[in-house]
Write a protein that binds this ligand. Structure first.
Ligand code: ADP
Ligand code: MG
Length: 268
């Protein structure tokens, strides 16, 4: 039964049974109501996720099959055309690989035994580890990567690998969505209670209406652009998951055309 509500409808499952006394006379009825709104919502989320994954996998697979069929059928294909086709197959295979890697990461984060290890660590090390992976590509893209880390350890409880994943994804986005000549800042700082990590860029920015949705799985402001840049649409979902699991939070400040700042806060 759907109960129409002001803000949202509720879905209620009803069970009824006649109630008899010892003589078998009908004396009433029992009615049990179960609110199953959340359960139904989760079912829909799961179905949507499966549909999205299938669709995301299907696109590169279809492209690869088409390209291979053409190569196989055309015995006379000039070498340079074939090389170009093989390059496209390589790109699509790479996309599949990135997608599966991100899906496995999400699956690991969500499984019960995939619990993140929680050990005391210096968050600067995770940030440095991530920065070292992006220094070369920032230079290649003509983007200035500015780092600002404190001189004293930033002690939090967490898992290096997971924290690096957070910084990697934020940095990857910042570099991906910032045109040549731009700048990206990575700042780590503390106040009395928290470690605060900021990744700021001078890139294309994000219009307000997308701010909450970009953390959803597969949500992208511009699908074609994200795909072209090798995006899977899962990066920020992974980031949000790790932040929540480690007791932290993530927020974004951004305006279209004016760059973005992603801020991650963990308890010290
Ligand atoms: N730094 C940024 N600047 C502009 N847009 C961003 C930035 N970071 C994320 N986005 C937007 O959020 C979407 C989701 O990000 P993410 O989950 O990492 O997926 P993707 O694989 O597309 O990078 C991106 O497709 C993009 O539209
Ligand atoms: Mg990303």
């Amino acid at each position: 039964m759907r109960l129409l509500g002001e803000a949202e409808d509720k879905i209620v499952q009803l069970h009824t049974a006649p109630l008899q006394n010892a003589q078998g006379d009908l004396v009433g009825a029992v009615l049990v109501l179960h609110e199953v709104t959340e359960l139904r919502r989760l079912e829909t989320v799961r179905q949507d996720f499966v549909a999205n994954v299938s669709h995301e996998l299907k696109t590169p697979i279809t492209a690869i099959r088409g390209l291979i069929d053409t190569i196989v059928e055309d015995g006379q294909m000039p070498n340079e055309t074939r090389t170009r086709f093989l390059g496209k197959i390589q790109d699509q295979a790479m996309r599949l690989s990135l997608l599966v890697t991100d899906l496995l990461t999400l699956a690991r984060l969500e499984s019960a035994d995939g619990l993140l290890t929680a050990e005391p660590l210096d968050m600067r090390e995770s940030v440095r580890g991530s920065l070292s992976q992006f220094t070369a590509s920032a230079e290649e893209q003509g983007i200035e990567l500015v780092r600002d880390l404190p001189n004293t350890p930033v002690r939090i409880v967490g898992e290096h690998e997971a924290l690096e994943l957070v910084v990697n994804n934020l940095l990857d986005n910042a570099l991906k969505y910032t045109p040549k000549g731009g700048r990206v800042w990575v700042r780590l700082d503390t106040d009395e209670r928290s470690a605060i990590l900021e990744v700021e860029d001078t890139g294309i920015g994000i219009a307000r209406e997308h701010h909450t949705r970009i953390f959803e799985r597969f949500y992208r402001v511009d699908k074609a652009r994200s795909r072209e840049l090798g995006g899977t649409g899962l990066g920020l979902a992974i980031v949000k998951h790790v932040c929540r699991t480690l007791g932290g939070s993530i927020s974004v400040e951004s305006e279209e055309g004016r760059g973005s700042t992603f801020r991650v806060v963990f308890p010290l």
